[in-house]
Design a protein around this ligand. Sequence first.
Ligand code: FES
Length: 404
Amino acid sequence: MTATTTPAAPATAGSGTSAAPGAPTAPGTATSAATAGVPARARLRFHRLTVTAVEPVAADGSAVAVTFGVPAGLRGTFAFVPGQHVTVRAVISGVETRRSYSLCSTPAELERHGTMRIGVRVVPGGRFSSHAAGALAAGDALDVLPPVGAFGTAFDPARRRRYGAVVAGSGITPVLSLAAAALATEPRSTFTVVYGNRTTDSMMFAEELADLKDRHPGRLHLVHSFSREEPRLGLAGGRLDAGRLADVLTRLVAPERVREWFLCGPEGMVRDARRVLAEVAGDGAAVHTELFHTGGPRPSPATPAAPPPAGQGRQVRVLLDGRATTLRVRGDRPILDDALPHRPELPYSCRNGVCATCRARVVDGEVRMTGNWALTEEELAAGYVLTCRSVPVSDRVTVDFDVV
Ligand code: FES
């Protein structure tokens, strides 16, 4: 998963990744606010959490929500802002498996009840999702990394704002958290969700959305779109592509009045929605995006290559937990891949530039990123990189994982 924030209408065509004037708190700031005072060491390591519930959240059984109990002593470490995600780790059939999932619960639930909930879509053949839906049960334990991610905003009780979201499938997961938090925190704000699914039965969190609507009468507006069911309400059926989205937004949402947009789903849907919003959104509206898939193949093998011959390669210094490790990495190899055998505790999940779990800061030298679907312009400007997608360019490079 990855998050960025941009104005709806870029200042120049094909560019524009900085926040709009008057835009919400920069995503990186929101992340820092949730984790203030928590040592990097605690945020970069897995903590064993007990599963308190595994519940179906789609009528056709294609998705579950997993609830974790967070002990009082770890609630600061797991403090989060709506829209963030966690990485879970489990050994399944003898294979260590890591996956990132968005949180669908709210920070208030963590504070009040000590619980945190993720949404998991069951992917055919998916090792973790099949395990979660078929075997995981209350009382089991999973290793969980504290929440990360920049897909969100800072809600303010004094604010009166229209929020909008365009999501497809499991893209509803972080938006459920965002909508619930927005409506609870800002009593005068409204939230519209355009939600695309194949069928009614495959829709995730239908009950939770209905409950949220009941709790906040007249403030949550849901617009459903089903690609494999008969058209409804006079709308054309089909996938939420650019044409259909433009039709839905202009006819049912009054997009020019929405101040902040949240787009979450597959890359094609997010790209289409951005293009449409550039045309129909109001001036100065901010657009936050989160991708669930990059569509690209894994760029590098999971096992390290042979170290470069003596005297060749780049010298890479890795700082984690206050300890430095120096190794040599070939100029075409991601730093993370070759550093893991030396520092197996390095944080990672997707290894494909999507989840930002492997984020670190370059404090010396230069790297080249071969892909980035996770970091914001602000983070890039501050020297952060995704180590799973960074190859060393200069002869000496130092990356610091302790700067969060
Ligand atoms: S971005 Fe996911 S591990 Fe690097």
